[in-house]
Design a protein around this ligand. Structure first.
Ligand SMILES: C[S@@+](CC[C@H](N)C(=O)[O-])C[C@H]1O[C@@H](n2cnc3c(N)ncnc32)[C@H](O)[C@@H]1O
Length: 215
């Protein structure tokens, strides 16, 4: 078991440190992720059948496009809200997707909370949330706090990039998503159940402790 962990950690470190993730594309649009995490997300979505995906952190829009294409093949009525402080880098394929809505705001603004509530009312059903914006602990914690009154039982929340700050990549980065999740769980231990089977399914993830099901 120890040897197995060492092997997956080495692969994780290689994948991260050589910036393989910065070359990942979905339908020609950069998508800064672990490809096995993306495979896991579509497996989760196939079971969850969400009506809505809420993404914090758009960048080029590769992940928003991915959630739209995959999500609409599961539920044709699915919509995606992708939030970023700037959408200048978003590629045309993403702008052309009718189900992707871009909101140019900070993910912790009251306007975003109101927008999520309005979209939930328009798209009743389960929601798949994914946090991938500013990775500093205080920001991620504020995002989780903002979502507290918005998530509903059975919704799925991914908190990405807990792998930084030495978990196991980028040691010394400073407190990030992993530490935000820990603090959130201390504050509200009953809010979410960790989906450890998903987290461990492909040996490594950019989202350690970050596969969460709302109780
Ligand atoms: C890692 S990128 C997102 C990558 C994208 N989800 C993907 O998988 O390809 C992080 C994004 O978060 C955005 N960001 C930074 N601070 C933010 C904030 N306060 N609110 C929303 N987005 C923010 C940045 O502008 C950047 O585009």
């Amino acid at each position: 078991m120890a040897a197995e962990i060492e092997t997956t950690e080495k692969y994780h470190q290689w994948y991260y440190d050589t910036e393989v993730w910065q070359g990942v594309e979905f339908l020609g649009v950069p998508c800064y992720k672990s490809v096995s995490d993306m495979w896991n997300y579509q497996e989760i979505m196939a079971i969850l059948k969400p009506s809505l995906v809420i993404e914090f952190g758009t960048r080029f829009g590769g992940s928003a496009l991915y959630f739209s294409v995959i999500g609409r093949s599961i539920n044709p009525d699915l919509e995606v809200l992708s939030v970023d402080i700037s959408h200048q880098e978003v590629l045309p394929q993403v702008h052309a997707d009718p189900a992707v809505h871009l909101a140019t705001e900070s993910s912790v603004s009251p306007e975003i909370k109101a927008k999520i509530i309005a979209m939930r009312a328009r798209c009743p059903g389960k929601v798949f949330f994914i946090l991938d914006s500013d990775h500093r602990k205080a920001h991620v914690l504020a995002e989780m706090e903002l979502l507290r009154s918005v998530v509903e039982s059975g919704d799925y929340l991914i908190v990405e990039d807990g792998n930084i700050n030495g978990n196991p990549v980028l040691p010394g980065w400073g407190e990030g998503p992993f530490e935000a999740i820990q603090e959130y769980m201390q504050r509200y231990p009953d809010d979410y159940q960790r989906d450890i089977a998903r987290e461990t399914k492909f040996g490594f993830t950019f989202a350690p402790s970050g596969f969460l099901i709302k109780t």
